[in-house]
Design a protein around this ligand. Structure first.
Ligand SMILES: Nc1nc2c(ncn2[C@@H]2O[C@H](COP(=O)(O)OP(=O)(O)OP(=O)(O)O)[C@@H](O)[C@H]2O)c(=O)[nH]1
Length: 132
């Protein structure tokens, strides 16, 4: 597979950082949304922020990669539970190579990952790369 170079902005998830996310929107081609799959207590906030992202016109054509991080933790949600919790059930566009022109919506998919173990996100980024 060919090499792909990303320019990434790592935007924080805390309250103050979230307020400036949209200042980056004019500059981005895609969004990687990292969720802590083990943190159930913040899930309603996560859903609120994800919905806001999904409804923002400035990035309405950007593919969205959602990473369910910390899958190594025993208390982490599984993929199905996280997909439901995020309101993404029936809304994701498929993990296989799905040509963009056959999609009815922007590409969006959930991949479980463990950043500390180096697992899962490679697959996610390869999925994302096909749409860039
Ligand atoms: N178990 C586990 N812990 C992780 C994983 N990825 C990150 N962490 C831990 O989660 C904590 C927070 O990581 P950060 O990288 O600071 O999180 P962040 O979301 O970038 O933080 P902000 O940018 O401030 O929103 C650290 O203690 C990490 O070691 C993972 O895959 N598994």
């Amino acid at each position: 597979m060919g090499k792909l170079t990303f320019t990434a902005f790592d935007l924080g998830g805390h309250d103050q950082a979230r307020r400036v996310w949209n200042q980056y929107f004019p500059a981005v081609d895609s969004v990687v949304f990292v969720v802590d799959a083990a943190d159930r207590k913040v899930m309603s906030k996560v859903v609120y922020e994800l919905d806001k992202l999904l409804n923002d016109e400035q990035i309405s054509h950007c593919p969205i990669l959602v990473l369910g991080n910390k899958k190594d933790r025993l208390d982490a949600m599984g993929e199905d539970e996280l997909r439901y919790s995020l309101g993404l059930h029936g809304r994701t566009t498929g993990k296989d190579k799905v040509p963009r022109e056959t999609l009815m919506t922007r590409p969006i998919e959930l991949f479980m990952a463990s950043v500390v173990r180096g697992e899962g996100y490679g697959e996610g980024f390869r999925w994302l790369a096909q749409y860039l």
